[in-house]
Design a protein around this ligand. Structure first.
Ligand code: GLN
Length: 492
């Protein structure tokens, strides 16, 4: 048998059922890997070794009694944006540095219900705002991959779910939860050579997830492969009356869809995603993906999403606007860190100045500006109108195709610190991912190849609302064709 930490979730599930390994052994192997590599990677903010071992013992008891639940004994990492009862939840911000929620998010409650073991809380960009994990108050995460000709230069894992992607890629965990407001599942998955899906808006409950931009935020899994994402999403998803935007729909067997194939499916290639200045390697990968799907029996159709060029500016109005409103609650009075002041206003100002990092402050300033009386019509209202046009572009595309294929990111992972001083260069990373959030569509990143430096590159599959099954079917075909087996330099 391979090393326990090399197991996929599907393989671990089978090995546990056959009693070839115990949940405690598997959990210990992950905790050892974390102890060895986390000091370098900084993927975890909080490690919950003791409770993980207790959960694993319970899993072993259940397996022995023939009462295994769907994720029995599977060790996972949880993005530190999901509230976990009795376990510190920071959103990677100083302002929540000592916050221990008294309740469990619905998504993590579902995973616990299904028998998962939680190894701890994973690092992220502060309040999930960023594309490099460099805005975390707990320090940056390092990508376990490095450039072949320059192994010393440390690369970013992407963001905001950088801890989730790095931990999965380095084999510290078998899978992880993540969230995606504008690309935070798909971009880090792409940068770290692992799979990640942002499901349709409403598929997973947002209850108990620290809010960034409520009309865009969605939870989803990051895992070693497409099947593992399907297994995790099935557990994470489902209607929740505590989130008014949660969809009251049955949760399909996503795992079965992975093997479905693409024969007879129409795959749209949106011509506006052929961006100027896109590296030739990304274009070549895209063409390769098209060829793979055609060989597997799909029909390739050319489609147009004419408002694509407005997606990024629209996102960077809508997301900060909602963020400025959501983050108003961190005032130092009810929860989180507090800086004492001379009066209430002074307390607010000192608390927020000390508690929020530079990027979060920038988003609050942009958001407050676009929502202010004088500019609301010019910016926020306009952005909402353009968002409707972007959504309509996709609706028209669905008349001609069943799913879309695009690159996941415009580049491979970049160096730590490379874009930190230039917010616009950083925001450009999200060019291929934000449209799916604005339209509420499922989108998945699948590792599909390596660039000339040996860094992973990924393709993105976008589907119709609540048609994750087709997304998994297409992603499954791409994964089998790409046969991506490369592993990062830093690995457990
Ligand atoms: N990188 C994007 C941003 O900074 C998206 C983040 C996310 O999806 N949470 O807003």
């Amino acid at each position: 048998m391979s090393k326990p930490t090399d197991l996929t979730i599907a393989a671990a599930r089978a090995a546990l059922a056959r009693r070839e390994i115990s949940a405690v052994e598997l959990t210990r192997a992950c905790l050892d890997a974390i102890a060895r590599l986390n000091p370098r990677l900084n993927a975890f903010i909080t490690i919950t070794a003791e409770s993980a071992l207790r959960q694993a013992e319970e899993s072993d008891r259940r397996i022995a009694q023939g009462m295994a639940r769907p994720l029995e004994g599977i060790p996972l990492g949880i993005k530190d944006l999901f509230c976990t009862a009795g376990v510190r939840t920071t959103a990677a911000s100083r302002i929540l540095g000592n916050f221990t929620p008294p309740y469990e998010s619905t998504v993590t409650a579902h995973l616990l219900r299904d028998g998962a073991v939680f190894l701890g809380k994973l690092n992220l960009d502060e309040f999930a705002m960023g594309s490099s994990n460099a805005t975390s108050a707990f320090g940056p995460v390092e990508n376990p991959w490095s450039r072949a000709n320059d192994p010393e230069t440390r690369l970013v894992p992407g963001g905001s779910s950088g801890g989730s992607a790095a931990a999965v890629a380095a084999r510290l965990v078998l899978g992880a939860t993540a969230t995606d407001t504008g690309g935070s599942i798909r971009q880090p998955a792409a940068f770290c050579g692992v799979a990640g899906i942002k499901p349709s808006y409403g598929r997973c409950s947002r209850f108990g997830i620290v809010a960034f931009a409520s009309s865009l935020d969605q939870a989803g899994p990051i895992a070693r492969d497409v099947r593992d994402c399907a297994i995790l999403l099935r557990s994470m998803a489902g209607f929740d009356p505590r989130d008014s935007t949660s969809a009251d729909l049955p949760v399909p067997d996503f795992e079965a869809a992975v093997e479905r194939g693409v024969a007879g499916l129409r795959i749209g290639i949106p011509r506006e995603y052929r961006m100027e200045g896109m590296p030739a390697e990304i274009e070549a990968l895209w063409q390769q993906g098209i060829a793979w799907l055609r060989e597997a029996g799909a029909e390739i159709v050319d489609v147009s999403l004419p408002h694509t060029k407005y997606a990024l500016p629209t996102y960077y109005i809508v997301a900060p606007a909602e963020a400025s409103s959501n983050l108003a609650r961190y005032d130092g009075v009810r929860f989180g860190a507090r800086e004492e002041g001379e009066d209430l206003r002074d307390l607010y100002e000192r608390t927020r100045a000390a508690g929020f990092g530079a990027e979060v402050r920038r988003r609050i300033l942009i958001g407050t500006y676009v929502l202010s009386a004088g500019y609301y019509d010019a910016y926020y209202l306009k952005a909402q109108q353009v968002r409707a046009l972007i959504r309509r572009d996709f609706e028209q595309a669905w008349e001609r195709c069943d799913a879309l294929l695009t690159p996941a990111t415009p580049t491979a992972a970049f160096a730590l610190g490379e874009k930190t001083e230039d917010p616009v260069a950083m925001y450009l990373n999200d060019v291929f991912t934000v449209p799916a959030n604005l339209a509420g569509l499922p989108g998945m990143a699948v590792p599909a190849g390596l660039d000339a430096q040996g860094l992973p590159l990924a393709l993105q599959v976008i589907g119709r609302p609540f048609d994750e099954e087709t997304v998994f079917a297409v992603a499954g075909v791409l994964e089998r064709a790409a046969d991506f087996r490369a592993t990062p330099r830093l690995i457990a």
